[in-house]
Write a protein that binds this ligand. Structure first.
Ligand code: PLP
Length: 387
């Protein structure tokens, strides 16, 4: 039997968090009390009102049948309500919203509709790995746009060679950004619309962290930008906003042709999400969002504990106004890898080496605010002992 894998699988980089989990398990096996600031998975539970909605929904026999692959109309209407209240958007729930099995699923599948082998996809680097992986699965070629501190971690669109821009089918953007925690300005989004229209490029905006904002900041939707609906699709996730990573629910919204294409792919690949999950998710989206405000307060306090602690150690850390990530320049003499190895082996702290998100992330590590203030203080004290 020939189990030779396809080129698209052979070309895959090792999935970052699988490697991290392996290293963490090795250290834990030695009896170390590990403080895990690695993966961005909220430590706090899903709100009770969402769990209660699920408990009711699971008892309804209509939810036991095959779901709609684009999501129930009531879920899509709830997404529309959320988008209207939060961003002033008015997408048509019939044609401009599609549920997804976590935004990762749609981010990975969407390119199937538009990317031919050898087509170029513009991918931010450092960035969430799935933009590149989705490109590879289509036989496409990622052109990496470096996100550099000098340019506020925004891609420099004017640095993209004209022949690359002309061949590109999709540009991926993600603000508030993982891993740099940078935020985009409305002016930058306007520049993206003009660039995309001039070069006939589809804009895919990943808005997974749109609700995780602090200090009164409210992240804009890319689709608020004039002209964005003509060329754009935006991916939303309930995972981080409502502590629902395990539930696998999100949605895409935007231009009807782009949403239609995503639905076409999905109807041929999956049969949608369990509609009981969609009912519970609709309760979250239609709620008064006070839960989100409570989470924002918790993360603000955690952020301050970690950033103040790091600054007191002379470590350069940005105080992010969004996302639950702190993007940290490693001290002089270290690389992303040597610093994260030092933290793991000498302090029992897991963080993510910045170069794991792409080469321009070299020289940084990412820490996630997914443990309590007490554990973050302890992490700072352990670091004090090591440095
Ligand atoms: N986009 C970004 C930037 C992320 O960091 C993540 C998860 O970490 C996702 C998308 C996927 O979220 P989900 O599939 O849970 O909706």
């Amino acid at each position: 039997m020939n189990f030779e894998k396809s080129q698209r699988i052979k070309r895959l980089p090792p999935y970052l968090f699988v490697e991290l989990d392996r290293k963490k398990a090795q250290i834990q096996a030695k009896g170390v009390d590990v403080i895990d600031l690695g993966i961005g998975d909220p430590d706090l539970p899903t709100p009770d009102f969402v769990v209660d909605a699920m408990a009711k929904a699971i008892r309804k026999p209509k939810n036991h049948r095959y779901p709609s692959s684009q999501g129930s109309l009531s879920f899509r209407k709830a997404a529309t309500t959320f988008l209207r209240r939060r961003f002033g958007l008015e997408p048509d729930p019939e044609t401009q919203v599609c549920a997804c099995i976590g935004s990762k699923e749609a981010i990975a599948h969407f390119p199937i509709a538009f990317v031919e082998p050898e087509d170029i996809v513009l991918v931010p680097s450092p960035g969430y790995p799935v933009y590149h992986i989705g490109t590879l699965f289509c036989g496409g070629i990622s052109y990496f746009m470096p996100l550099l501190e000098d340019n506020s971690f925004l891609p420099d669109l004017s640095a993209i060679p004209q022949d690359v821009a002309e061949k590109a089918r999709i540009i991926w953007l993600n603000y508030p950004n993982n891993p740099t925690s940078a935020c985009a300005t409305k002016e930058f989004f306007q520049e993206v619309v003009e660039f995309a229209k001039a070069n006939q490029i589809i804009v895919c905006h990943d808005a997974a962290y749109s609700e995780m904002c602090f200090d009164g900041y409210k992240a804009p939707s890319f689709l608020e930008t004039p002209g964005a609906m003509d060329i754009g699709i935006e991916f939303h996730s309930l995972s981080k906003t409502y502590n629902m990573t395990g539930w696998r629910i999100g949605f895409a919204t935007g231009n009807p042709e782009l949403i239609g294409a995503l639905k076409q792919v999905k109807s041929n690949v999956d049969s949608g999400q369990f509609e009981a999950v969609e009912e519970a998710a609709a309760a979250a989206l239609e709620s008064d969002q006070s839960f989100v405000a409570t989470m924002q307060e918790i993360y603000t306090k955690r952020r301050n504990v970690l950033v103040d602690g790091l600054l007191s150690l002379g470590i350069k850390a940005h105080r992010p106004k969004a996302t639950f990530y702190v993007w940290i320049k490693v001290p002089k003499g270290y690389t992303s890898s040597s610093f994260s190895t030092l933290l793991l082996e000498k302090a029992g702290i897991v963080c993510t080496p910045g170069n794991g998100f792409g080469e321009p992330g070299e020289g940084y590590v990412r820490m996630a605010l997914t443990v309590s203030e007490e554990r973050l203080s302890e992490a700072v004290e352990r670091l004090r002992g090591v440095l």
